[in-house]
Design a protein around this ligand. Sequence first.
Ligand SMILES: [Zn+2]
Length: 167
Amino acid sequence: MCGFSSFLQAAHPSETPLPNAAIVDLIAAQLPDLTHPGDGSGAIKLPMASFRTAGIPPEMAEQFAAKAGYPSADITRLIAEAIVHLIETQGASEIIGTAELSRLRRAEAAAEPKRHRQVQVACHCGTPLFTATIADFDSDHAKVAGSELIKAMRTFGSECATGHRLS
Ligand SMILES: [Zn+2]
């Protein structure tokens, strides 16, 4: 197991939350018997004997882990956590279940018609001012065709009392 010390350097304790536990469990369980999907001619087993810890006396593993400053003696799980952490940090990716992703995509598609809307804007006095196609209507940064809007506004006066007619 000492071979791992070269690439599993104990880092300083950090406040970052533990990586996605379900995915860590999955990777840790599968690391000793990884299956590569293959290049079209069928899946290939990638036996990784280094991750089979059955033969190592637990006290020896504990000692090694304590000496190296690892949070636990379960090297396979530590590596699984490190892999998920890498994906979530440097990979800037969240691991998300297929069902949840489908739900989010459906919600996104349902929100699409709200994103671009044609709205009629009137003054509080009731005088219609303009009709504009507004993009990103559902966000805090809505957009309109500015030059057309500004041209249209120049045809109005500022007074509600005169119905915004230019004097
Ligand atoms: Zn008005």
